[in-house]
Design a protein around this ligand. Structure first.
Ligand SMILES: C[S@@+](CC[C@H](N)C(=O)[O-])C[C@H]1O[C@@H](n2cnc3c(N)ncnc32)[C@H](O)[C@@H]1O
Length: 214
């Protein structure tokens, strides 16, 4: 390893090498566990349709593909160029990429700037990414999420619970950072022994209240 490389470089090259060796390192295309988790996440979304989603840490694009079917537009991003290539191929193969923009983003620094008056995201999905951030980076991601969330929009977090070598912040702490954030209301908490799924919004109403029958 280059002795002058920063922790950021090291984290970046870790994911780059992982995807170079294996196009599906977490078996998201093969495991029932992953397929079921995606289905739960998608079924939990408070809205049937979204206008503009942001999915940083999109990996090889398996969830991106499903989001593309629920959203008018998706901005999917990852710090790994290899992952971006895999995601692009996945979308092309499924004939589903027309409404997806792909970008190489490293959180938190590359979080998209929303200019005054510009459209915000009504869906932000952080799936199996936020535990790779430091406490300080996580705090910036919480701030960015709140600032770039459209009124009534949803922030979705889904994370594996057990500790592993590359994890910096525990899953409980990651989700607590959003739970404690001012102006966010939790609209869903799904807890299993393997993972936590949570959804927060700047609109406290339930799905039935939004539809006007509760
Ligand atoms: C475990 S995979 C999750 C992929 C996908 N979101 C899913 O749920 O299946 C984590 C992804 O996050 C990306 N990642 C990790 N840290 C990141 C950061 N600071 N900024 C952007 N992407 C990051 C990795 O390159 C990897 O593709």
């Amino acid at each position: 390893m280059n002795p002058s490389s920063t922790p950021d470089d090291q984290r970046g090259s870790y994911f780059e090498q992982l995807y170079r060796q294996d196009s599906d390192p977490w078996r998201v295309r093969q495991r029932w566990y992953e397929e079921r988790k995606r289905a739960l996440l998608l079924a939990s979304l408070p809205q049937r349709r979204y206008c503009h989603a942001y999915e940083p840490g999109c990996g090889n694009g398996e969830l991106t593909l499903e989001l593309a079917r629920r959203c008018e537009r998706v901005l999917a991003a990852d710090l790994s160029a290899e992952a971006m290539g895999l995601a692009q191929q996945r979308l092309l193969d499924a004939g589903c990429g027309a409404n997806v923009s792909l970008a190489q983003h490293r959180l938190p620094q590359d979080w998209p700037r929303i200019l005054p008056g510009a459209e915000k995201f009504d869906l932000i999905v952080l799936s199996e990414i936020a535990y790779y951030l430091s406490v300080q980076e996580l705090a910036r991601v919480v701030e960015h999420s709140i600032a770039s969330l459209a009124p009534g929009g949803s922030i979705v977090l889904c994370h594996w619970r057990a500790p592993f070598a590359q994890r910096i912040v525990s899953t409980v702490r990651v989700h607590a950072a959003f739970q404690d954030a001012p102006g966010l209301h939790r609209v869903l908490r799904h807890e299993e022994s393997d993972f936590l799924l949570g959804i927060w919004s700047n609109d406290a109403r339930s799905v039935a209240q939004r539809e006007g029958f509760a």
